[in-house]
Design a protein around this ligand. Structure first.
Ligand SMILES: Cc1cc2nc3c(=O)[nH]c(=O)nc-3n(C[C@H](O)[C@H](O)[C@H](O)COP(=O)(O)OP(=O)(O)OC[C@H]3O[C@@H](n4cnc5c(N)ncnc54)[C@H](O)[C@@H]3O)c2cc1C
Length: 219
């Protein structure tokens, strides 16, 4: 979609590389590219692209898929770990990543110092991983809001526009429920759960959502 089409402040369609489509309701679920909404509507869209690194560490002994997903809130990186099959464990941090100036999902560098630092944290809880090696690594980009929770539902200033962005590293597990409530909101039906807490207005009124264990704990 190149442009959201508005008439008298209301959504009337979209302009795309495949042509123009008329529509009274448009759902934007654009991940790190949600900043387009600000360009199209002038409404501040508090989302930044933040690059995060994931490591697959290979230890001396097998962890099976019976290993639970493990969140270590006591570690400096608020690590999360899970089995990656065989002798590998997937490890990443729940802390802030590298903020990017523009939305970009190109791979970033993974310095060996960083691998050693995160590996040492993992080994503190999984001592056999003191001798672990790096099997693979990659980076991905989160769409982060000021409270690490998404903005969901209709934007009242732009009738016809329904948004879902800012999943801040935890949008995959929420997707079935989010898809359902967004469809309900787009059709003007009551939603299974109230969307008011996830409204954009919370940032203007300083009503940020806060979890018991801090921002990264939700990832
Ligand atoms: C390293 C990493 C680890 C993660 N770990 C977890 C986890 O453990 N648990 C979890 O629940 N979540 C996790 N996530 C987050 C999860 O992957 C994302 O929240 C989720 O995949 C985002 O889905 P989405 O549909 O919002 O965005 P996407 O799947 O990116 O879909 C957005 C789509 O919009 C399209 N788009 C954007 N702009 C336009 C436009 N103008 N016109 C047309 N199309 C457009 C894009 O091309 C894209 O296809 C992780 C993310 C990363 C990067």
């Amino acid at each position: 979609m190149r442009q959201l089409l508005l008439q008298g402040g209301k959504v009337v369609g979209v302009d795309t590389s495949q042509g123009r489509f008329d529509a009274p309701v448009v759902v934007s679920a654009q991940n790190i590219w949600a900043s387009d909404i600000e360009r199209w509507t002038g409404i501040a869209t508090p989302v930044k692209a933040e690059r995060h690194t994931v490591l697959a560490l290979e230890g001396p002994q097998a962890y099976t898929y019976g290993m639970p997903v493990y969140k270590d809130l006591g570690s400096p990186g608020m690590l999360y770990c899970r089995s990656y099959g065989g002798r590998q464990m997937l490890v990443s941090e729940g802390t802030a990543g590298e903020t990017l100036g523009t939305p970009d999902n190109e791979q970033g560098d993974v310095p060996m110092d960083y691998v050693a630092e995160v590996g040492a944290q993992a080994a503190k809880r999984f001592p056999s991983f003191e001798t672990a090696g790096l099997a693979s690594s990659w980076t991905g980009v989160y769409d982060v809001t000021p409270d690490w929770n998404p903005v969901l539902g209709p934007l009242p200033e732009v009738p016809g526009l329904v948004v879902a962005y800012g999943f801040s590293g935890h949008g995959f597990k929420l997707s079935p429920a989010v898809g359902r409530v967004l469809a309900q909101a787009a059709l003007g039906l009551p939603t299974d759960v109230p969307l008011a807490p996830y409204a954009l207005e919370r940032f203007r009124g300083g009503r940020l959502l806060s979890g018991r264990y801090g921002s990264g704990a939700v990832s």
